[in-house]
Each structure stands twice: as C-alpha cells, then as structure tokens.
Design a protein around this ligand. Structure first.
Ligand code: GLU
Length: 296
C-alpha cells in the first residue's frame, strides 16, 4: 500500500506544492502506507526549458524531512511500459487529427470547466484517416462512450464525473498525463492518490482507465490549494513562494516546515516524523491564504 507525490519538474516547488507534498506524505504514513516519489517529466520541451528541476525539487522535499520510500521514478524512463499498456487498450483507441483550435470551435458551450471532445474524429473511415494522416500526425484518444464514473475522495466523499475521450498519446508521440500517471500509479503500487484539489475533475477518468487496465481504483484525497490574498492560486508574482525565495529572506528549512505545519493546524517545532501522529487523516486540510512576503 502506498501514497505518492508526483511533481512535474517544470517549475520550482512553491509553498502550495510543498504543503500538498507534506499532506500526501503525512496521510500515507498515518494510514500505514509507504510514500513514493515520481517525477512527471514526459513533456521534455517544458522540462528542458525550465532547466530540469527534478534534482532541486527532490532536495527541497528532503530539506523539509520528506524522505520517500524506494527510488524516485522518472517517467521518461518508462516509455516501453506505456507502449505495453497502450496495447491493452487497442480496441479503445482512435486516431485524432484535430488541432486545439478546431476542438474549441467545434465544442458546444462548456459545462462549467468541462468541455468534452466533440467527437470529430471518433468515427472516421479508413479512407478519411488515410487522407488526414497526410496532413499531420495523429494523437490517440480513448473511446469512453460518454460513461460516468464515481470515485471516492476521502474528504470530498463520492464524486461523479463524465469521462471524456481524453488524449492518451499526443500527436508528437508524447504520452499524456492522464495515461502515464495511471500506468505509473499501478506500477508503483499506489492505492492512495493525494494531490491538489484542481485535479479532482481528472479523478473519474483516471479511475475508469485504471479499471480498464485491470487495476483497482485508488482512494483519492484532494487538498485545497494555497491561495494569495485575492483568493487566487499562488504564483511567482506573489513574492517569496519557493524554498529558495524563503531561504533568501533568512528563513531556515525548519521555519518553512513550521509555516506549513501551522497552516495545517499542526504543532510547530516538531519534525515530520513526529507530525505523523499528530495528523488526523479523517480531517480535510483547510485552505490556506498565504500572506505575501516580499523578496525585496
Ligand atoms: N504532475 C502533476 C502536477 O505537478 C500532478 C499529478 C498528480 O498528482 O496526479 O501538477
């Protein structure tokens, strides 16, 4: 049994990411699980443009005392496993030649944040596919037949969402997040997925895919995001938000852990090991509004 933390090494971890990592780790440990680390580094262009931050992210996590079980998994080393998993879905995948723009134009008005794929390429004839292949390389989509899927979130309760025909492999050959993440959760023995609340919407499609691949759907636990004083999601513009920024302000690693512990209603001046016992896995972590600290 294991939980996990799965950052993308495309930006420095900020205080919100670190807080989610701490919750994921404490939740896993306080429910008798190991906690694994995985770097979601498939988008090489973005990873390289950011200067590949996996090592510095691992260091920031370790400086808070977050030591993960087993070696970190790097998704770029897993391409053969994705090929193999995709083969299991063969009858379910179809080629899609749409550009983002075409999809936006063809889609009906979004229902909330949900904008299902309009199905343009769902039933192309062989002839049509042959023609379209000349224009651009195809992405692969999963044929979900509009099913609804219900997941269980430890704190939000049952959550039902419609599964869209999501992308499994992009036109440039990059394996897509939803697919790779599910294949790797299964590979890493993950039965508890704890992450930011912004990904709750993805849970039904990921759980559906897990079942399709013969796995058991995990328990989910989505953590409210840290916001700035305007109630918006935290970003670089909000002053000192990364470990490096906070160190530059004279904060020690210990101070940062205290800040995170306080934001979670946990006692200060204790190491993460001691916090395991203090953490209540039944209680949903509160949201947290981060007071701007100037980097000047
Ligand atoms: N890699 C994703 C991110 O950094 C998280 C994915 C997940 O936890 O499922 O936002």
């Amino acid at each position: 049994m294991a939980g996990r933390y799965a950052p993308s090494p495309t930006g420095e971890l900020h205080i919100g990411n670190l807080r989610t990592a701490l919750v994921a780790w404490l939740l896993a440990k306080s429910t008798g699980r190991e906690c694994r680390l995985r770097f979601e580094d498939l988008d090489r262009e973005r990873v390289d443009a950011a200067g590949n931050l996996a090592a510095s992210q691992a260091q920031d996590l370790a400086s808070l005392g977050l030591i993960f079980d087993g070696p970190a998994l790097y998704q770029h080393t897993r391409l053969a496993a994705y090929e193999q998993a995709a083969r299991k879905l063969e009858g379910r995948l179809y080629e899609c030649f749409c550009t983002r723009k075409e999809i936006a134009e063809a889609a009906s008005a979004p229902h909330g944040s949900y904008r299902p794929y309009p199905g343009t390429c769902r039933n192309l004839t062989e002839e049509q596919k042959r023609e379209k292949r000349k224009t651009r390389p195809a992405a692969w989509r999963a044929r979900a037949e509009g099913v609804s899927f219900t997941v269980h979130d430890r704190w939000a309760g049952d959550f039902t969402g419609q599964v869209d025909d999501f992308v499994v492999r992009r036109g440039d050959g990059t394996w897509a997040y939803n697919f790779a993440s599910v294949v790797d959760d299964m590979y890493q023995g993950v039965d508890q997925v704890c992450r930011g609340e912004d990904l709750l919407d993805s849970a039904p499609r990921q759980a559906w895919l897990t079942e399709l691949l013969g796995g058991k759907t995990p328990e989910y636990a989505h953590v409210p995001l840290v916001t700035n004083c305007a109630g918006e999601r935290l970003s670089k513009r909000d002053g000192a938000v990364s470990m490096g920024d906070l160190r530059a302000l004279g904060m020690s690693d210990h101070d940062v852990l205290n800040l995170l512990a306080e934001s979670l209603g946990l006692p200060q001046n204790e190491g993460v090991e001691a916090l395991i016992e203090r953490f209540d896995p039944l209680k949903k972590p509160s949201g947290y509004m981060y007071q701007r600290m100037s980097t000047m």
